[in-house]
Design a binder for this molecule. Structure first.
Ligand SMILES: Nc1ncnc2c1ncn2[C@@H]1O[C@H](COP(=O)(O)OP(=O)(O)OP(=O)(O)O)[C@@H](O)[C@H]1O
Ligand SMILES: N[C@@H](CCO)C(=O)O
Length: 352
């Protein structure tokens, strides 16, 4: 007898302008895993899962379960609960709509899918809060993973940990997710680093149903790691206050009906990450400054999505004009784009 289930995790856009590493929005593109496992099935290191993959990233994603981000995370969760290996006869088909390295939370979705997979395979019954702890051991800023797990427009923070917990949470990623081969005699990690309890905390803000998201997606990848390298390690008080003022207004302004374009356009400006990332994204300052509520009725605000290079425009109408004019501006910089009209959706699901 075999058991099948489906895991569905949404794309996310982090930051929404001033909320760097703080806010995230779940969007209607999905990573879907269709999983089949023999039941009952004992853990087996000799028989790794069979992974099939289609959609975005299919030409670059590793299909080796010890290299693939989702299955590595699932194995980490299992090992932390005393299960040393995947169950035998496990097959996973990943169908992915979330483009890689574009600022739409592909890695966050892969990590959340892995946590949910480990939880299901081990019948662990982890709480949402505990699942978030596991995700935060891998992706160490909470904005994408929290929104991908719980859905909606979400704000989150990482708890200040005591020195022991800080040490536990600071282990190198290679120790959390070793790309270990199933060699005979390999250390199967009887003692993997356990996440401290209650690392991440979140709240869901309101969201006006009238607001949709236009994702303008350049046809090149920018890794989050590279887009974080260009950021300074300290900021002026003026720039921090600029962002804090806007973020405080934005979290409520996006829930109001009807949404106020003047308030939101200004509240989606940022001085903490976007100015530094313009060197990596030709056209970023031009698109965000030339597309405004006066030039494009229906537009509410425009920002970099996550670490980029995607631009996110929030709007109630006029979607095509916003996207096509952004395309024309990017073209002046020799950047080709695709665009999608997305809605804000609920969080991850696991269904039989
Ligand atoms: N479905 C997936 N399965 C396995 N690995 C994935 C999957 N999705 C993403 N990844 C890995 O994550 C990498 C992209 O992560 P990165 O953090 O750079 O970008 P992103 O998550 O798309 O953007 P952002 O964090 O700014 O929203 C890919 O190159 C790939 O290695
Ligand atoms: N807050 C993160 C999101 C990317 O995953 C960043 O902007 O670097």
């Amino acid at each position: 007898m075999s058991r099948s289930f489906t895991i569905r995790v949404p794309a996310t856009s982090a930051n929404i302008g001033p909320g760097f590493d703080v806010v995230g929005l779940s969007l209607s593109l999905y990573l879907t895993l269709s999983v089949t496992v023999s039941s009952p099935s004992a853990p087996s290191a000799e028989e790794p899962p069979l992974i099939r993959y289609s959609g975005e990233g299919a030409d670059e994603v590793p299909l080796d379960a010890y290299k693939n981000l989702t299955t590595r995370v699932a194995l980490y969760v299992l090992r932390c609960h005393g299960v040393p290996a995947f169950p035998a006869n496990l097959t996973i088909h990943a169908a992915n709509e979330i483009p890689f390295g574009r600022g739409l939370g592909s890695s966050g979705a892969a990590v959340i899918a892995g946590v949910l997979l480990g939880n299901e395979l081990g019948a662990l019954r982890l709480s949402r809060a505990r699942m978030l702890d596991f995700a935060l051991m891998v992706e160490r800023h909470p904005d994408n993973v929290t929104a991908a797990l719980v859905g909606g427009f979400v704000g989150s923070y990482l708890r200040e940990l005591d020195p022991a917990a800080t040490e536990a949470a600071s282990v190198p990623l290679s120790e959390v997710l070793p790309e270990y081969p199933p060699d005979a005699g390999a250390d199967w990690g009887v003692h993997p680093p356990q996440p401290p309890l209650g690392i991440g905390h979140y709240v869901r803000f309101g969201w006006s149903e009238s607001i949709k998201a236009v994702a303008i997606i350049p046809r090149f990848e920018l890794s989050t790691a590279k887009a974080r390298e260009v950021l300074p390690s300290s900021y002026s008080r003026k720039d921090l206050v600029f962002n804090l003022q806007r973020l405080a207004v934005l979290t409520t302004a996006l829930a109001q009906n009807p949404p106020d374009p003047e308030l939101i356009y200004e509240a989606m400006k940022d001085r903490v990450h976007q100015p530094y990332r313009k060197t990596l994204i030709p056209g970023l300052p031009e698109v965000t400054s030339r597309i405004t509520p006066s030039s494009h009725p229906g537009l509410l605000g425009i920002c970099l999505s996550g670490a980029g290079p995607t631009i996110l425009a929030l709007a109630t109408s006029g979607f095509e004009a916003i996207a096509e004019d952004a395309r024309a501006i990017f073209r002046e910089k020799n950047v080709e784009v695709d665009w999608k009209l997305l809605t804000v959706v609920g969080g991850s699901t696991v269904e039989p």
